[in-house]
Design a protein around this ligand. Structure first.
Ligand code: C2O
Ligand code: CU
Ligand code: CU
Length: 534
């Protein structure tokens, strides 16, 4: 397949409005603060009053079939979100031309957003706003899926802090295929605290959605090629960035903010600069960290976001790669039958990959030093949790042919008694991946030891601690790449690992979902309701 280069124009179109970078002082030596979580400080959680009255943004959003050019030759049939602004600034939506990805929303905290979703697909669908703190009825539970030809009206206020959120379909057992065939988009929130930092903006703020796809000889997308795909998750052998293969990007000699989303169905990335330079991480799922951290590599599981700050000014080029690691998909069976870890793909989950290469050209905006403090975080304290001595426990294990949560799979309308929490409570939740160490095997030969990126709807949480019970060898290949200091809504739980998070159910009563964000696991039932009682 011929190499195809993303023109800067495509990216600029995407990065959109306002070329001007915010006022910059004389250039200085750029430093990133070494990783040091700040001491816990109790700060009360600010509440944001809902914005009454007219919307800040009112959008018609259609989910429909179309074709886009991806590989040389025939266009690829895809499913795509397409939007038009009915009310509000047209710059609030940025379109990536020729990509199957949906528009990028650029909104402010406090904005009221109205979206009329029209389903022009042959299947039921519904949109979930991943990471947003919104009422149940707006959250895209599969119960709310609409039929072909129908519409759904979203109306919510953005309560989240500045950050990189996203949206994708969530219909019952169809999330995987619908996301795979193209339905996804970014939802970027800004706020005053962030704006005051003067981070790279405008053309220097680059959203990069990383996905993998499998194509047939006529450039059509191929999904689910064998029975293992559901258990391992589906991976493709072509890496796309913003919908383009062999991604190359011309950048200026300046500093950039890279907003990364792993929008893949099941592939996990171990991101690193090919030249061995450390990554400077400034944000996770729920927005800016308190201070930048550096990592030799960064793990990014499906659903997770991370933001990098990078100064290209002294470079000619730089490549972002994914390093190899053991993703557990060949489990206890040995390479032979399951070595592919994804049917038709030549690149199993965990294989080393190239993601995108940046070619540095002309001089750009003067580089201003990255602030040592990026945000103030209200840190939860364990002693404030209602169950501080008794974490709510969720055991992830393979039973028969499916990955389960506490032995259960998804049921549309039920909530078990241990899945009910109280509005306002701070809780400790523990996800224990018991697929490690021979635990949780279904059939003797299916001793899968897979990582599970666990995601909660409707909240942002903080990682309290990680504890490993088994599978040290696998763990040591990835554990230096976690960034747990910030707000998260998705957390990778490795085989044999217990991850405890602190989560406050502070916004709304209602029924929300928690699930594995490996979309094939999710569709196969590795998902449950939890209920917040008011
Ligand atoms: Cu992005 Cu229910 O997920
Ligand atoms: Cu979500
Ligand atoms: Cu999973």
């Amino acid at each position: 397949m011929a190499s195809k280069s993303l023109s800067r124009r495509d990216f600029l179109k995407l990065a959109g409005i306002g070329a001007g970078t915010v006022a910059l002082s004389a250039c200085g030596v750029i430093q990133s603060t070494p990783s040091a979580p700040q001491p816990a400080v109790a700060v009360s959680t600010p509440t944001l009053p809902p914005t009454p009255g007219s919307p800040s943004l009112n959008v018609d959003l259609t989910a429909a079939r179309t074709t886009v050019p991806i590989l040389p030759g025939a266009e690829t049939p895809v499913w795509r979100y397409q939007a038009t602004v009915r009310e509000g600034a047209t710059e609030a939506l940025q379109v990536l031309e020729k990509s199957y990805l949906g528009p990028i929303f650029r909104v402010k905290r406090g904005d009221r957003i109205q979206v009329k979703l029209k389903n022009e697909l042959p299947d039921p669908t519904i949109i979930h706003w991943h990471g947003l703190r919104i009422p149940e009825a707006m959250d895209g539970h599969p119960r709310y899926a609409i039929q072909p030809g129908e519409t759904f009206d979203y109306d919510f206020t953005v309560r989240n802090r500045a950050g990189t959120y996203w949206f994708h379909p969530h219909p019952h057992q169809l999330t995987g295929p619908q996301a795979y065939f193209g339905l996804a988009g970014l939802f970027i929130v800004s706020d005053d605290e962030e704006t005051a930092l003067g981070l790279p903006s405008g053309e220097y703020d680059l959203p990069l959605v990383i996905q993998d796809r499998l194509f047939d000889a006529t450039n059509r997308l191929v999904y689910m090629t064998n029975m293992m795909d559901q258990m391992t998750g589906f991976v493709g052998d072509t890496i796309l960035v913003n919908g383009q293969p062999n991604a190359r990007l011309d950048v200026k000699a300046s500093a950039y903010r890279l907003r990364l989303l792993n929008g893949s169905n099941s592939r996990i990335y171990k991101l690193a600069w090919e030249d061995g330079s450390p990554l400077t991480v400034i944000a996770t799922d729920g927005g800016l960290l308190e201070a930048p951290v550096t990592r030799e590599y960064l793990m990014l599981a499906p659903g997770e976001r991370a933001e990098l700050w990078v100064d290209f000014s002294a470079l000619k080029s730089r490549k972002l790669v994914s390093l190899g690691f053991d993703a557990g998909t060949s489990g206890g069976m040995g390479g032979g039958m399951m070595g592919g870890g994804g049917g038709g793909s030549l690149l199993p989950n965990g294989a080393p990959l190239e993601i995108i290469s940046f070619q540095v050209g002309e001089a750009g905006a003067t580089v201003s030093p990255l602030p040592k403090q990026l945000s103030r975080m209200e840190r939860h304290r364990l002693e404030d949790a209602v169950n501080k001595d008794n974490p709510r426990s969720f055991i992830l294990a393979m039973q028969g042919m499916v990955h389960t949560i506490n032995g259960r799979v998804f049921e549309m309308d039920s909530v078990a008694s241990d899945e009910i929490v109280r509005l306002g409570d701070l809780e400790v939740w523990e996800f224990f991946n018991n697929e490690g160490g021979g635990g949780g095997m279904g059939m003797g030969m299916m001793n899968m030891q897979m990582p599970h990126p666990m995601h909660m709807h409707g909240v942002q949480f903080q990682v309290l601690k990680r504890q490993l019970e088994s599978n040290r060898g696998q763990y040591d290949q990835v554990s230096a790449g976690f960034v747990d200091y910030g707000w998260k809504d998705t957390v990778l739980v490795m085989p044999g690992e217990r991850v405890r998070v602190l989560v406050r159910f502070e916004d709304f009563a209602g029924t929300y979902l928690y699930h594995c964000h490996n979309l094939e696991h999710e569709d196969a039932g590795m998902m449950r309701n939890y209920r917040v009682d008011g």
